[in-house]
Ligand binder design. Structure first.
Ligand code: PLP
Length: 472
């Protein structure tokens, strides 16, 4: 592609992006295709000769777009958001143009030094004390794995990596049922084993783990000759937004010398608002904390902010320094690949830098405050609806409900049908979870362009679809 053609297509892609985003609210939120529908439209074999960009671009609209679920839709209330924003998108264009691989300081000093700086801005924004060092990971799953590997090594006196785990003591990890499955996955990958993930019961309106039960479990394991290595606390669990009492959990961790990792993947962004920080109290005593600006801080996926108290323990666990990965003659520089599972690193700090500078902290706080307020408003409306039940109250901007008309018998099946109908309808997009053994529907508000009207319009659609379902 020559430069002029490239310029023309780069402009076309920018225009396409702006048009797409300005009209995304008119599309059905969840893709409406059947399995295999996109695949069948793709040729079996690759083209031998290059094709004109015009044709490729028109196939983007014809073949690909119908198979997309629109995560930037203002009525996307499913899962947690993967939200974005114009300044972040512009930074992603530039990042793609640079296409730098930022594994070492010398492979792009600016990427490393910007990362160090914006991570420290984020640390201040969520109210963590200095003494934490930050790194941008590819995902919360990656950060949690890095944390559990570090915890395992610390508990084993840094012998696990060198000698393997076979024949060694049994390492234990503690978490409630409310943590995300990335914790289960990390426990597996770290060679700790499913059976050594000890589930601590939860109590109270925030569905947080019971610190006394945690303490008792750790004591019992110690007495049995097992090695308590890590506690994973959740701040905003995926199902219903559960929050562990971090301060009390941290006290138990300290008492037993156990590593504490906090998974705040979704809710961490809300900690930029001081009024929500009761939830994070005690995190200053944690060893590690992750949250995803790509979930709720208007920054494109992927961007996971991982803070650690002792970066040396992390780099002693993950850092390998073969000769071909040395920054020669520059002692003391940070090579962030030593802090992460993958070696290669995108220049992720740039989009955070654009977002934080372009909005400023106050505007970011304002957006999150709105989301929380609108979720609370809708939860109140639902609680007053005779045919619906508010099954969990809002924790920040996430609550659950279910359709429970008088006389209906199998409410789980009814609600499963309701979710399907809602998502086939396309005006909004919701997903489900199980809570207290019941099938419930999640509603979380966090999309960048969502308005209060979008929240209420989505609810009107749910009511209408539920009424239709009841009628037959
Ligand atoms: N932790 C929580 C609480 C989550 O909700 C999620 C995903 O939704 C994750 C971890 C995993 O996030 P990631 O996709 O960044 O690995």
């Amino acid at each position: 592609m020559d430069e002029e053609t490239f310029r023309a297509w780069a402009r076309r892609a920018a225009d396409w992006s702006v048009d797409y985003l300005s009209g995304v609210g008119e599309r059905p939120v969840r893709a409406q295709v059947a399995p295999g529908e996109v695949f069948r439209q793709l040729p079996d074999a690759p083209p031998v000769a290059g094709e004109p960009m015009e044709r490729i671009f028109s196939d983007l609209d014809r073949v690909v777009m119908p198979g997309m679920t629109h995560w930037q839709h203002p009525r996307f209330f499913a899962y947690f958001p993967a939200n974005a924003s114009p300044p972040s998108l512009v930074a992603e264009f530039v990042t793609a143009a640079l296409a730098a691989q930022c594994m070492l300081w010398q492979t792009s000093p600016a990427a490393t030094e910007l990362e160090t700086r914006v991570m420290d801005w984020l640390r201040q924004m969520i109210g963590l004390p200095d003494g934490f060092s930050g790194v941008i990971q590819d995902s919360a799953s990656g950060a949690t794995l890095a944390a559990l590997l570090t915890a395992r090594e610390r508990a084993l006196g840094f012998t696990g990596n060198a000698q393997g785990l076979a024949g060694g003591p049994t390492v234990r990890v503690y978490a409630s049922e409310q943590v995300h499955s990335s914790v289960d996955k990390a426990v597996r990958i770290a060679g700790i084993g499913d059976a050594n993930l000890v589930r601590i019961p939860v109590t109270g309106s925030l569905h947080g783990m019971d610190p006394e039960a945690l303490d008792a479990a750790i004591r019992a394991d110690r007495e049995a000759g097992l090695v308590p290595a890590a506690i994973v606390a959740c701040l905003g669990g995926t199902g219903i937004g559960a929050c562990d009492p971090i301060e009390a959990v941290a006290a138990v961790a300290r008492r037993h010398g156990v590593f504490l990792h906090v998974d705040a993947a979704w809710a961490g962004s809300a900690m930029i608002c001081p009024e929500f920080r009761d939830l994070i109290r005690g995190a200053d005593l944690a060893d590690s904390l992750v949250f995803n600006p790509h979930k709720w801080l208007f920054t494109h996926f992927d961007c996971s902010a991982h803070f650690v108290r002792d970066p040396k323990a992390l780099t002693d666990t993950l850092g390998l320094r073969p000769t071909y990965l040395r920054t020669l003659g520059r002692d003391g520089v940070v090579d962030y690949n030593e802090w992460s599972i993958p070696l290669g690193r995108r220049f992720r700090a740039l989009k955070l830098w654009f977002v934080i500078r372009s909005y400023g902290v106050e505007a970011l706080q304002g957006m999150i405050r709105h989301h929380v307020a609108w979720a609370r408003d809708l939860a109140e409306v639902i609680a007053a609806e005779p045919d619906f039940e508010l099954t969990t109250a809002p924790i920040l901007s996430l609550f659950t409900f279910r359709f429970a008309p008088a006389g209906a018998d199998d409410l789980d099946a009814l609600n499963a049908r309701l979710v399907e109908r809602i998502n086939d309808d396309g005006r909004t997009y919701l997903t489900q979870t199980r809570h207290d053994g019941r099938f419930v529907i999640r509603f979380q508000v966090g999309q960048t362009t969502t308005t209060r009207e979008d929240v209420m319009t989505a609810w009107a659609a749910v009511r209408e679809i539920a009424a239709g379902l009841r009628a037959g």
